[in-house]
Write a protein that binds this ligand. Sequence first.
Ligand SMILES: [Zn+2]
Ligand SMILES: [Zn+2]
Length: 69
Amino acid sequence: MTQPSHRLCPVCGVAFFAGEPVLQCSGCHAVHHPACWIEIDGCATAGDCEGQPLPRTFGGVPPPPSWLF
Ligand SMILES: [Zn+2]
Ligand SMILES: [Zn+2]
């Protein structure tokens, strides 16, 4: 069990799939859908957390070059 239990988006509750582009909070390392991060304008734990969004790909697959907005 080396993987933290952040497999569900804390905003919409939908599970991520391998290779999906996500935004990981630099503060708490929670993973969000990019659209969900934008929808709530920050980390789902905003208030306690002021982390910045880090573009990641769930499952460690390199992101495609054109996913970012
Ligand atoms: Zn979501
Ligand atoms: Zn955070």
